[in-house]
Design a protein around this ligand. Sequence first.
Ligand code: SIN
Ligand code: FE2
Length: 218
Amino acid sequence: MMPRDCAMDLFPDDRRRLMLDPGAVLLGGFALPDDRLLLEAIATIAEAAPFRHLETPGGRRMSVAMTNAGRLGWVSDPRGYRYDPNDPLGGAPWPAMPQAFAALARNAAAKAGFDDFAPEACLINRYEPGAKLSLHQDRDERNLDQPIVSVSLGVDACFLWGGPTRADRPRRLALHHGDVVVWGGPARLTFHGIDTLAPSTHPLTGALRYNLTFRRAA
Ligand code: SIN
Ligand code: FE2
């Protein structure tokens, strides 16, 4: 169940490929054929690199739990945000990015007009009811020429899609299981976030929502 004020639920045909802005597109259901495989891979990754609630540089515990796969992983702690080749919990390299992840990210990016996307970082976000991600830009990457590819799995969420400044009032767009959003080029630094996750269930994930965010970090 979505909070009532999230989205205009569009006809399925309209959300197969919905332009949000120049450089930003929602590919509705793009990841559906891979859903079980993606969720199994997430479980395997989390055995080696468990989900944890990171601390913001300001000292707050994030409500979203995170882990990573790939050559680099995104981390936050009181020293700041950064990409780290190793999991700070235990110091081992992050689990490798599964082939299926890289292929999905590349195909989604190509479908959105960004060819040859080769991410080396996959941030995995896990939302429980009540978790949210405040408006932010993805700007810790050295390479801003490459897009962001963001995959939704599990419980529906309300995506906040803003503009180039924090003051731009965000649009509210429902994200369903299997949806992929790609943003790059002129939209690469758009402010975005996830509104507080409402209690709900999905047959494959129970009360949880997962998000895979693929980035070229270095
Ligand atoms: C993010 O902006 O890092 C995640 C967005 C999402 O969970 O869909
Ligand atoms: Fe983000």
